[in-house]
Write a protein that binds this ligand. Structure first.
Ligand SMILES: [Zn+2]
Length: 620
């Protein structure tokens, strides 16, 4: 390097410091650089410079939590080859205070950290690097320093040699196509990046701009068609709230990886969402659009209408919230509702989606032991985590997505019924938006008026005009364990809720599998199953059902078919102690439900039912 060039570089870097100082005016921005020397080996090189450090130790961390996912993670496990350098370029020795941290002193007020991070999971929480792209969820990838949360950062991406990649993200644009900025750590952590050969489509609704950035193996024409459906969903959701949020970078971005090597996931962020799936637009369109509808609804519900229990989000420990029945469950309800209003799903499909919610509230056994609030508080164990030991969750836990969705359905129909369709759940969501979401935060990315369950109850009081109704609804369905009367609620809209197999004998949803020639109960037996009451449990070997010897899965079904609900049958089995035992099972009627339009069941839709249904389901 010659002297003239060196001088130019120094001048250029001085200039960039001036520009940065002008933009952020506080202490210097933290500078992240991402490079991909060997993408085929799935790791990324990160270099981060922390300027203007206070004296004392630099306390470097890898996150244990990622916004929108509630279980703990060990992102530090994929980090290696860590080097920390002082202001004058000396490599510093680091200490490890715990498995997630590195500490360094004598940095001289400025430190540069270099490390590699491995990642090979295309989803909404982790890091994935390969020759086709880099799919980056920041908490899985970046090291940050305690005490610098309010510092802005700049991010620069360099593609692997020869690759033509572009960045799609909700980060703010920087001074070049591969440079971006974040106003603070919380916003940075909330900003996933897809760096690869993305195809981008744009549309506007009113004054708002939307981008769909897709990394896929399909045709351009698939995408042109798909984006029209995405726009329909966006319009319907805007109509629920009456307006769109102010998107901080000036637009909202749907980031999609529809790739054979992705896993099925959707993750909400303030101004973007990550949607990943093994299916393509061509093969999985309906389910992909369902994810679009769910995730975009989160732009209001959870990103801005935010439970106090999640604000601010803690990156170092599990974030527990008793309000996920509202944050996730109500969003789960609006997914299929929006597909129906957008004309993407027909009433048969919507009825099937509602049936899943109703089953969670009425048939699934979990509600007997946990309320919707308690299910919500299970998220740190369940959402993205896995237990090493066995649990009895299949029978004691019902997802807050479905139970919350069922509560949303009950509330929507009850409000409509009470008001002759003048008031519905949309009004409740708008009230939540007006009071808790729209005011926003003094700092970008923050929510200054998050809600508690008591606040949600107060909004319901306002919307319904009836404090006793609101109190009772929360007491019975949210803090309590009751299920609403879905049959009569849905009848208003001419939807029939009925038993799927009337008169069919049922001893539980018992799965039987062959293990080395023995026929064994393969999963947990539900608390509400006659087989449970009779003492049968997972791993028990079935020998006889009444006079039938069990030699296959079909034998079990065939044996049961010979009886009717109310009959008591003798079951011979071998339990864990290898003792042969005999028990008696009194069969019940299959409790599973189906929901269908009354006209599809041979009935007639009345004018009142048609009017109620249209006010509820017709596009806005
Ligand atoms: Zn969600």
């Amino acid at each position: 390097m010659n002297l003239a060039l060196r001088t130019r570089l120094v001048l250029a870097s001085l200039l960039s410091v001036v520009v940065l100082a002008g933009r952020f005016d506080a202490a210097g921005a933290i500078d992240y650089r991402f490079t991909f020397p060997e993408p085929q080996h799935r790791w990324m090189q990160v270099e981060v410079t922390f300027p203007d450090l206070p004296e004392g130790e630099l306390d470097l961390r890898m996150s244990r939590a990622s916004p929108g996912r509630y279980s703990l993670h060990d992102f530090a496990k994929n980090v290696y080859d860590v080097h920390v350098f002082s202001r004058d370029g000396r490599e510093l020795e680091t200490k490890r205070p715990d498995p997630y941290g590195w500490m360094a002193e004598n940095h001289g007020g400025r430190a540069t950290v270099r490390y590699k991070v491995y990642g090979d999971l295309v989803d909404g929480t982790y890091l994935a690097v390969d020759t086709t792209h880099a799919h980056i969820n920041m908490p899985a990838a970046i090291m940050w320093a305690r005490g610098l949360d309010d510092r802005p950062s700049t991010l620069t991406f360099a593609p692997p040699a020869g690759a033509v990649w572009q960045v799609a993200t909700q980060l703010h644009r920087g001074s070049s196509a591969l440079e971006f900025t974040a106003p603070n750590l919380r916003y940075l952590m909330d900003s996933p990046v897809e760096f690869g050969p993305v195809s981008i489509r744009q549309f506007t609704v009113g004054s708002r701009r939307f981008r769909l950035a897709v990394h896929h193996q399909g045709m351009d024409s698939d995408l042109d068609d798909y984006v029209r459906d995405v726009e329909k969903i966006v319009r319907q959701e805007g109509a629920v709230f009456g307006e769109f949020p102010q998107f901080d970078p000036g637009e909202y971005t749907f980031l999609a990886d529809y790739l054979p090597y992705a896993t099925g996931d959707g993750m909400e962020h303030r101004n973007s969402t990550v949607m990943t799936d093994t299916g393509s637009i061509r093969t999985s369109r309906r389910s992909l659009l369902d994810t679009v509808a769910h995730e975009f609804f989160h732009a209001w519900n959870v990103e801005r209408i935010r439970p106090r229990s999640l604000e601010p989000f803690d990156f170092e420990r599990a974030n527990m919230s008793g309000e996920l029945w509202l944050a996730e469950g109500f969003t789960q309800y609006y997914g299929p509702l929006m597909l129906q209003r957008a004309g993407i799903a027909d009433l048969r499909a919507t009825s099937a989606a509602l049936n899943e919610l109703i089953e969670a509230a009425v048939v699934a056994p979990g509600r007997a032991v946990r309320s919707a609030e308690e299910m919500s508080r299970m998220a740190p164990f369940i959402d993205g985590g896995s237990a090493v030991d066995r649990t009895n969750w299949p029978t004691t836990y019902t997802s807050y997505y479905s139970i919350g969705g069922a509560i949303a359905l009950a509330l929507d129909l009850t409000l409509r019924q009470r008001s002759d369709s003048a008031v519905g759940l949309d009004d409740f969501m708008r009230a939540m938006w007006r009071i808790h979401g729209k005011p926003g935060g003094a700092l970008e990315g923050d929510v200054d008026r998050p809600y508690t369950a008591e606040d949600a109850e107060a909004r319901l009081t306002e919307v319904s005009g009836d404090p006793a109704f609101a109190r009772d609804f929360f007491r019975r369905y949210i803090r309590g364990r009751e299920a609403a009367d879905y049959t009569s609620l849905l009848a208003r809209a001419g939807l029939l809720v009925r038993k799927r197999g009337p008169g069919r004998p049922w001893w539980g949803d018992v799965r039987v599998e062959s293990r080395g020639g023995q026929f064994v109960i393969a999963g947990l037996v539900s608390m509400n199953a006659p087989a449970y009451a009779a003492g049968l449990e997972q791993d028990d070997e079935l020998r006889m059902i009444d006079s039938f010897r069990i030699r296959s899965d079909e034998d079990v079904a065939a044996a049961l078919q010979r009886f009717k609900p109310g009959d008591t049958i003798r079951v011979v089995y071998v339990d864990r102690s290898r003792m042969e035992k005999t028990t008696a099972v009194t069969l019940a009627e299959d409790p599973h439900l189906e929901v269908l339009p009354i006209e599809a069941a041979g009935g007639t839709l009345t004018a009142a039912q048609r009017a109620f249904r249209d006010r509820w389901l017709a596009g806005r």
